[in-house]
Design a binder for this molecule. Structure first.
Ligand SMILES: Cc1cc2nc3c(=O)[nH]c(=O)nc-3n(C[C@H](O)[C@H](O)[C@H](O)COP(=O)(O)OP(=O)(O)OC[C@H]3O[C@@H](n4cnc5c(N)ncnc54)[C@H](O)[C@@H]3O)c2cc1C
Length: 287
């Protein structure tokens, strides 16, 4: 196996153009597990950890631009106010050791339907910056996931950054696992209120071949929530929201959970997270 260690971003792009078969490695918390378990051996590793500046984040207007090397630990410590949904999801990833190495870009590269960053990225309307020697393009997050563990990157592209709108309202993430920590989601859900636009974003994890939004559930909230009056949440609306979220999923039975359990759990998580977010928005104490 060849080991490529670029010292600049341009060199990284040149390596990837020359060796599209090279597997990028950032935190290595997915890549090294695959190699150690003998689940395929990459022809080459493209180690991005020596590229300066990749672990930076910047605030640009209404967005935060997360460099591909930014770890969960730093995101949690530094961006909890700007990106509360993503920070909340990041707190549930693995253990402190994994959060000290793992990155959102690595989660996107792996594109597991169970990855914890995906639901809040979908709910927020994030955009992935994909770069190659041919230039940089942006991929809207809901066009990024193309199949089970597959994404929209071309073979010569690398993720340079992820751009996430700064929260304009309350955001929540919820995850069900077989225990409290170090666990792959049985299923997960994120909601983000965008009060200025009178709409809400959603993201479903681990309940379909790819992470996905619940479009009909979002439409229900756009038209059904009392955005102006900030009245209490109608329990019937919350229930219907849960049903529509579950209806947007297409889970399977697997070792972590049954499909019917996932559907039930999604409806409950959707209802609860909406309740928490609406209470924050309206200034009510949580029921
Ligand atoms: C014990 C343990 C617990 C875990 N728990 C969780 C959990 O609770 N929730 C969760 O979501 N995940 C979990 N994971 C999986 C993993 O930690 C995450 O997916 C993490 O986000 C991967 O980030 P990384 O930087 O380590 O990625 P890496 O392992 O370096 O890379 C992952 C994938 O992304 C690609 N990649 C990396 N950087 C780039 C780039 N710049 N451009 C293009 N492709 C790139 C790699 O080629 C690879 O395919 C766990 C892993 C372990 C070992």
């Amino acid at each position: 196996m060849d080991f490529l260690r670029p010292r600049t971003w341009d060199e990284a792009l040149a390596f990837k153009a020359e060796r599209p078969d090279a597997t990028p490695i950032q935190g290595g918390t997915d890549v090294m597990v695959e190699i150690n378990l003998d689940k395929g051996r990459p022809a080459a590793l493209l180690d991005l950890t020596a590229v300066p500046g990749l672990d930076d984040w910047t605030r640009e207007g209404g967005e935060v631009r997360l460099g591909a090397g930014l770890t969960y630990a730093r995101l949690i410590a530094e961006l909890g106010a700007e990106l509360p949904g993503l920070a909340q999801a990041s707190r549930t990833v693995g253990s402190p050791q994994i959060r000290n190495r793992g990155t959102v870009a690595g989660n996107l590269g792996a594109a597991s339907p169970a990855g914890d960053s995906h639901p809040p990225l979908l709910a927020s309307g994030a955009v992935v910056e994909a770069a190659s020697v041919r230039g940089t393009r942006t991929i809207p997050i809901d066009a990024f996931y193309t199949g089970v563990k597959r994404n929209a990157l071309a073979p010569d592209e690398l993720i340079r950054a992820v751009r996430v709108p700064v929260a304009a309202g309350p955001q929540y993430f919820s995850k069900i696992g077989t225990r409290n920590a170090m666990v792959i989601a049985v299923c997960s859900f994120a909601v983000a209120l965008h009060p200025g636009e009178r709409r809400a974003g959603t993201g479903i994890g681990s309940a379909a071949p790819t992470p996905r939004r619940a479009a009909e559930a979002e439409e229900l909230l756009a038209g059904g929530l009392d955005w102006e009056g900030r009245g209490p949440l109608d329990p019937g609306l919350a229930r219907r929201f849960g049903e529509l979220v579950a209806g947007a999923a297409s889970p399977i039975d697997d070792v972590r959970g049954r499909a019917d359990y996932r559907l039930h759990a999604l409806a409950v998580m959707a209802r609860r997270t909406l309740g928490w977010a609406w209470n924050d928005y309206t200034g009510r104490a949580a029921a």
